[in-house]
Design a protein around this ligand. Structure first.
Ligand code: NAD
Ligand code: TYD
Length: 361
């Protein structure tokens, strides 16, 4: 019997990077990629796969349980890696509905499909299947400057609608392991950056705006802290958990790179200043503009990664300097991708809406 992966949200940022990663690690593995192609998902993210014949795209919604069940049954899926989500905090503040639907109800639909198809089999072998749920550090809430980094045992305290829906989905996944014996693992990861990230999140937005001579909007005082991780490192951590992780466990993943936002933005400006760009905006720091803060803005995230490091031997390979420099180079070498993405997906409307809320300086 041949086994296959179902990857949800594989046309998005991390999912598409993960598909590339898996195709390098296991070229013969069959991948089914279920994605509804929201504003954040695109075929542009799946160009030049190393083994396109083993990548099968299914356009569909994870909330469609019948569809998920038929994929699980017909394609002999033994592993689900669940990335699909609404993922942007600012959007969750403007309209939480889609977050509730996809992040909570969509995860519920996947869990139910797995319960019916996998656990319903007479010869079900819990060592042969895995439901891996991708989550975030934001479920733990916000840290004060002197508080220790989040551990897997830190109580959940989500602050934004995005974080609350991810926390809810984590609890559902955990409950399916406890109540029904579904073989699950969960990873909670810090902020990712790297190629193919939609330019609404901090790092790609700053690169795009700097390249186009637009303002670089810093929310509040710019002293908020995130724990930045290069996306390849995240993919590597997920692969490690799939291969060595203990069923039923959660693992924190983080990069250990924790400068304040303003420092990240200034570093991007300095990297761009050294490039020979036609935009003529150098020094790019002149584009930095402080804008109204995000409501309920979490001050600080930091991940304690001792568990995955000590138990599974994973640790990040990229430091922030090399990761940012690789990322800026990727965007500069893929301006066609950037142009296609912002034209494809109603991008201007989102930028205008976001600025209206914060007040364009
Ligand atoms: P993304 O927004 O770039 O991509 C999400 C993908 O899911 C898109 O391709 C979209 O089309 C698809 N999708 C959305 N709703 C769907 C639905 N109902 N049915 C099918 N497909 C649907 O997100 P990302 O940044 O790649 O994040 C992926 C996962 O990782 C999410 O679960 C997110 O919560 C988690 N995560 C992200 C980060 C980060 O920094 N980006 C950090 C930690 C965890
Ligand atoms: P973001 O990339 O949206 O990720 P998250 O909110 O999930 O951590 O934002 C990262 C940090 O950057 C966060 O503190 C908000 C801040 N930020 C800005 O200052 N300006 C911006 O234009 C954006 C998008 C984010």
């Amino acid at each position: 019997m041949s086994f296959s992966f179902l990857i949800t949200g594989g046309a998005g940022f991390i999912g598409s990077n993960f598909i590339r990663y898996v195709q390098n690690k296991a070229p013969n593995l069959k991948i089914f990629n279920l994605d509804s192609l929201t504003y954040a998902g695109s075929f542009q993210n799946l160009q030049n796969l190393s083994n396109p014949k083993n990548h099968h795209f299914v356009k569909g919604d994870i909330c469609n349980q019948d569809l998920v069940e038929s994929i699980l049954e017909e394609q002999e899926i033994n592993t689900i890696v669940h990335f699909a989500a609404e993922s942007h905090v600012d959007r969750s503040l403007q309209g939480p509905d889609a977050f509730i639907k996809t992040n909570i109800l969509g995860t519920f639909s996947l869990l139910e499909a797995a319960r019916k198809v996998w656990l319903g089999k007479k010869d079900f072998d819990r060592n042969e299947v895995r439901f891996h749920h991708i989550s975030t550090d934001e479920v733990y809430g916000s840290l004060a400057p002197d508080e220790p980094a989040f551990k897997e045992t830190t109580p959940y305290a989500p602050n934004s609608p995005y974080a609350a829906t991810k926390a809810s989905s984590d609890h559902l996944v955990r409950s399916y392991a406890h109540s029904f014996g579904l073989p699950i693992t969960i990873s909670n990861c810090s902020n990712n950056y790297g190629p193919y990230q939609f330019p609404e999140k901090l790092i790609p937005l700053m690169i795009l705006n700097a390249l186009t001579g637009n303002q670089l909007p810093i929310y509040g005082d710019g002293m908020q802290i995130r724990d930045w991780l290069y996306v390849d490192d995240h993919c590597d951590a997920i692969w490690t958990i799939l291969n060595k992780g203990k069923v039923g466990e959660s693992y924190n993943i983080g990069g250990g790179n924790q400068p304040p936002n303003i420092k990240i933005v200034k570093t991007i400006c300095q990297i761009l200043d050294k490039k020979d760009l036609p935009s003529g905006s150098a020094p790019h720091e002149q584009l930095i503009t402080y804008v109204k803060d995000r409501p309920g803005h979490d001050r600080r995230y930091a991940m304690n990664i001792s568990k995955i490091k000590n138990e599974l031997g994973w640790e990040p390979k990229y430091d922030l300097e090399s990761g940012l420099s690789t990322t800026v180079d990727w965007y500069l070498n893929n301006l066609d991708w950037l142009n296609a993405i912002i034209q494809e997906k109603d991008y201007e409307n989102w930028v205008d809406l976001n600025y209206q809320q914060r007040g364009k300086a």
